[in-house]
Design a protein around this ligand. Structure first.
Ligand code: NAP
Ligand code: ZN
Length: 356
């Protein structure tokens, strides 16, 4: 087989996030028999893509091809990869490799997403030694370690499955790990790509009451249609934190602004409630938290990062079985620059998916 040519939308500097990515060829990581090459059919646009294009989390190793909600066809499968066959429909999320060593406290316990020894992201990471860099899914092809390549259940449409691989799992994992289900009231803060999955999954997991919480009132109808039982507009509902005080057991927060009304969100928690941050602000900056809010409420504040491979496979099957239907808007891969600008302007309802 002739060597595959990898082409994609290259971000070359911070301005690439302004719709200035350039189409071009790139060299994927060096091939090993642990890898899978994928001919990409779909790739979702995640908020993280914007942080990376703009060097919001620290200097990006340009050129960078973003995109970590990848679906496509396995076109080359390394000998050591047993669960994927050439021709299979597969997916890749935000992680491309971890150390995978038997003595790793994270990898050996099924939490590869927290591996402290070697975490390679699907894009913007530099592999050790001379293996090259990782490049994401705004492209024709992707090369990823087979352990992080997932089989897509038949019941899921490719365009709908794509954003589950990062946006979906990032809320599914903390919802499940923190007891979302019957008897629980759950708030999802920031109803964008991740947040809309939060509402869908919290309902599908059987929570008694799900509350969508976002800034503007104009999302109310959508969020109720998604299945939420209540919607709070933090810009427009007067005294929202007071009126809804102590009403939630669990909050998952996708907002990535250092200016978010965090104190107000915490007021919504019942005694012993849990607040999980998944939004990833530039520079990691969060608003200050008043210690007495934590002490008097007995609150727990934590965080969560994507999910482990087994959880991703579980979530995909759960979504297929429960008929979870994300709200997506497909855009041509050719129009990636326009779509990134629209995403930045908050126009996605609720996830753009690029289609080759
Ligand atoms: P998104 O679609 O843009 O959604 C974010 C939502 O936050 C927006 O829809 C917006 O809704 C709300 N928001 C509230 N205050 C905001 C403010 N001051 N500025 C901008 N938005 C504000 O993005 P996403 O793809 O869901 O990603 C959300 C965050 O999660 C990003 O930081 C991303 O990097 C991060 N992320 C983390 C992980 C992880 O592993 N922890 C994984 C994936 C993504 P309203 O306008 O309605 O308020
Ligand atoms: Zn993502």
């Amino acid at each position: 087989m002739a060597d595959t040519k990898f082409e994609g939308w290259l971000g070359k500097d911070k301005d690439s996030v302004e719709g200035k990515m350039e189409w071009g060829q790139f060299d994927p990581k060096k091939w090993t028999e642990d890898d899978v090459d994928i001919e990409i059919s779909h790739c979702g646009i995640c908020g993280s893509d914007l942080h990376m294009l703009s060097s919001g989390w620290g200097p990006t190793p340009y050129p960078c091809v973003v995109g970590h909600e990848i679906i496509g066809k396995a076109v080359k499968v390394g000998k050591n990869v047993k669960h994927v066959k050439q021709g299979d429909r597969v997916g890749v999320g935000a992680q491309a490799r971890s150390c995978l060593q038997k003595d790793c406290p994270d990898c050996s316990h099924g939490i590869e997403n927290h591996c402290h020894r070697e975490t390679i992201n699907t894009y913007g990471s530099v592999y050790p030694k001379d293996e090259g860099k990782s490049y994401g899914g705004y492209a024709t092809h992707n090369r990823t370690n087979g352990h992080f390549v997932f089989n897509i259940p038949e019941g899921l449409d490719s365009a709908a499955a794509a954003p589950m691989l990062c946006g979906g799992i990032t809320v599914y994992s903390p919802l499940k790990r923190n007891g979302c289900g019957p008897g629980k009231t759950v708030g999802i803060v920031g109803v964008g790509g991740l947040g809309h999955f939060g509402v869908l999954f919290a309902k599908a997991l059987g929570a008694d009451k799900v509350v969508g919480i976002s800034r503007k009132a104009d999302k109310r109808d959508d969020v109720l249609k998604l299945g939420a039982d209540q919607y709070i507009s933090t810009d427009e509902d007067k005294d929202w934190a007071k009126h809804n005080a102590q009403s939630l057991d669990l909050i998952v927060c996708t907002v990535s602004s250092a200016k978010m009304p965090l104190q107000g969100y915490l007021n919504l928690l019942k005694t012993h409630g849990t607040f999980i941050q998944v939004g990833a602000p530039d520079g990691g900056e969060l608003p200050p938290i008043n210690a007495f809010t934590l002490l008097s409420g007995g609150l727990k504040v934590g965080g969560s990062g994507i999910g482990a491979p087994w959880e991703i496979q579980e979530m995909l099957q759960f979504a297929a079985d429960k008929g979870v239907k994300p709200w997506i808007q497909t855009r041509s891969m050719k129009d990636a620059n326009e779509a990134v600008v629209d995403m930045k302007d908050g126009k996605a309802r609720y996830r753009y998916v690029l289609e080759n």
